[in-house]
Design a protein around this ligand. Structure first.
Ligand SMILES: [Zn+2]
Length: 595
């Protein structure tokens, strides 16, 4: 249904960026069959997974790397130790009944028992499974993994409280093997995820009264909500038994089978109190043939007055409609937005877990369905390509539907950081930033402002064309900043190295200022104003100049440029970058009164 093979073939034929040309693009083939049982009380999930892994790379592999992300939320993890540096003991101090864990109880590779090793010990978020037989190009291997997992009582992305469970992570997740080799990293506060696209066929055994929101589509059983008959295109056939869940579900329990295709992660939440809202979406083209589009599911608690009356359902609907116009149709059969324990939000394929009903949060996390979910960049290596890009798109939506003031907070922060020379190179791994504050300012605020400058420079129509082409060409693949730059250069017909170099790969600073302005009557009733503008920083950008009611764009790279502007009325002031698009380290010299 998702035309996976077509997409891959297309990706192979397209021109590749400089680094990529060294090695052709490839993508591993991954399929999970999972049986899992959640026992409330001990709150332990017991799982068995059969992972079928096809090596589509040109390399021979002697091991598989997997992530056990839940092990971040416990004492002595890399995450907990990183937070100790900031005197934050929240995970280091969790007791034996409180912390999260994810531990293997048995592993076999093609029937041979093996043991995982942990190269980052005492951190155990990265596990290595040795392959008894080397896996050559085109070969496949079947790994069966038994494990137990528990969420932390302290919510951070994941979490549990009473009978509420946010299973953001819960199973051994295969790491990506891409052109750079195995991409694995201990889960850290700075930088999130990177996943291998695959098919998930999951059967959950849980208390009969639980209501679940999840990645994928229900194909068997009762998830606790109606409107489950949306599994079109998904006909996975009878569930292959792994032997963990045998016979029928016990009294008071149920089994739900969920299927997902072309997703790089599978997450779910459960709460017996969940209230469910649903929107079916259909279009009726002029031909008269009704097309069903992705349905929207929203889950919240009966006490969530900010979510009820279909408020969140409508916000999710409106944001998704806007995003589909920007990128293209949402390609999965459904999307779920649910109220998690923690504040803030986190993106998972086909699912967002949100801590509030805020419209900007909803749009941000939904935008991640495209930027990270479908266009799957490595979040810890190039966070700007998902968080910055997503912040740009969701702010674009907000400025169209509400107000442009959404940008002012970020722009003020950036002006201060640039003026004090505190910016750091945006294009670097999350863990390399000097602090969580700078990581956040560079990855979210600065990167989003850079995308906004690009949009202002090329114009809205071209920017939309760039986004559509980037999506059409790269969906369901692993993407990099270079992939985006190639599309942007193609659609503008311009070399943009200078732009990404100065803003993303270096920390060049920009400062335009008006040094001189004068005006005089033209003799035919109008006014001729001459403005001299200095370029004081290393960086260069086209800059708009507004004199009275006339706006012109200055695009000289000279340090000093003068321009004459004709107006009908006598202007009172000249203003550089009046829309505040440029990351300018000193805006105090952008405005000059005209005597
Ligand atoms: Zn985000």
């Amino acid at each position: 249904m998702l035309q996976r093979s077509l997409v891959l073939t297309l990706a192979l034929l397209l021109p590749l960026s400089a680094a990529a040309q060294r090695r052709p693009y490839f993508q591993q083939d991954v399929a999970y069959r999972i049986e899992a049982r959640l026992d409330e009380g001990p709150d332990v999930l017991t799982g068995r997974a059969r992972l079928t892994y096809v090596n589509r790379s040109p390399d021979t592999l002697d091991s598989l790397y997997l992530h056990q992300h839940l092990n971040a939320f416990r004492p002595n993890s890399a995450w907990a130790r990183r937070e100790l540096r900031d005197r934050n003991t929240r995970f280091q101090a969790l007791g034996p009944e409180q912390h999260a864990f994810e531990r293997f109880t048995a592993i076999s590779v093609d029937g041979t028992a093996v043991r995982a090793s942990y190269p980052g010990a005492p951190d155990s978020t990265v596990a290595v499974i040795p392959l008894p037989r080397r896996l050559g190009p085109g070969d496949s291997v079947v790994v069966t993994m038994d494990w137990q997992a528990r969420l932390a009582t302290l919510p951070r992305r994941q979490g549990r409280a009473g009978r509420h469970f946010d299973f953001a992570q819960w199973y051994p997740r295969i790491a990506v093997y891409d052109r750079t080799g195995w991409a694995y990293q201990a889960l850290m506060p700075q930088g999130e995820f990177y996943g291998e696209f695959g098919r998930y066929d999951v059967t959950l055994d849980l208390a009969a009264d639980q209501v679940i929101g999840h990645t994928g589509v229900v194909v068997e059983g009762d998830p606790g909500y109606a409107e489950t008959s949306l599994g079109r295109g998904y006909e996975p056939g009878p569930a292959p038994s792994l032997g963990l869940l045998t016979g029928q579900a016990e009294a008071g329990r149920k089994r739900v089978r969920i299927y997902a295709d072309s997703v790089h992660h599978f997450a779910w939440s459960a709460d017996p109190r969940f209230v469910h809202d649903f929107a079916r979406r259909q279009t009726l083209p002029e031909s008269g043939a009704m097309t069903t589009r992705a349905g929207i599911h929203v889950f919240y608690l009966p006490t969530d007055t900010a979510w009820d009356d279909q408020v969140v359902l409508r916000r999710t609907f409106e944001s998704l409609e806007w995003l589909e116009r920007l990128f293209g149709p949402f390609p999965y059969p459904q999307i779920t937005n649910l109220h998690r324990l923690e504040s803030g939000g986190t993106e998972f394929p086909m699912l967002v877990m949100n801590g509030s009903a805020s419209p900007t949060l909803i749009t941000h996390e939904l935008t991640h369905q495209y930027l990270h979910g479908i266009l799957a960049n490595n979040e810890w290596r190039e966070g700007w390509m998902d968080e910055g890009f997503t912040s740009f798109v969701s702010n674009w939506w907000w400025s169209e539907s509400a107000s442009d003031t959404i940008w002012y907070g970020s722009m003020r922060t950036l002006e201060r950081l640039e003026r004090t020379d505190s910016s750091e190179v945006v294009d670097q791994p999350g863990v390399a930033f000097s602090s969580p504050r700078i990581y956040s300012a560079m990855t979210y605020s600065k990167a989003s402002a850079v995308f906004r400058m690009l949009r202002a420079m090329v114009g809205d129509e071209t920017m939309r064309g760039i986004l559509r082409t980037y999506y059409e060409r790269h969906r369901f693949t692993h993407v990099t900043g270079e992939d985006f730059q190639v599309v942007a250069e193609e659609k503008t017909g311009k070399d943009l190295d200078w732009f990404f170099d100065q803003w993303i790969r270096r920390t060049d600073r920009l400062d335009y200022g008006i040094t001189d302005v004068s005006t005089r009557p033209t003799g035919s009733g109008g006014w001729r104003t001459t403005v001299t503008v200095l370029r004081l920083g290393q960086a260069w950008m086209p800059v708009t100049l507004r004199v009275g009611d006339v706006t012109v764009t200055l695009d000289s790279r000279e340090r000093r440029q003068s321009t004459a502007v004709l107006t009908r009325q006598k202007p009172t002031e000249a203003v550089l970058d009046p829309a505040w698009v440029l990351i300018d380290m000193d805006r105090s010299n952008n405005r000059a009164a005209i005597p």
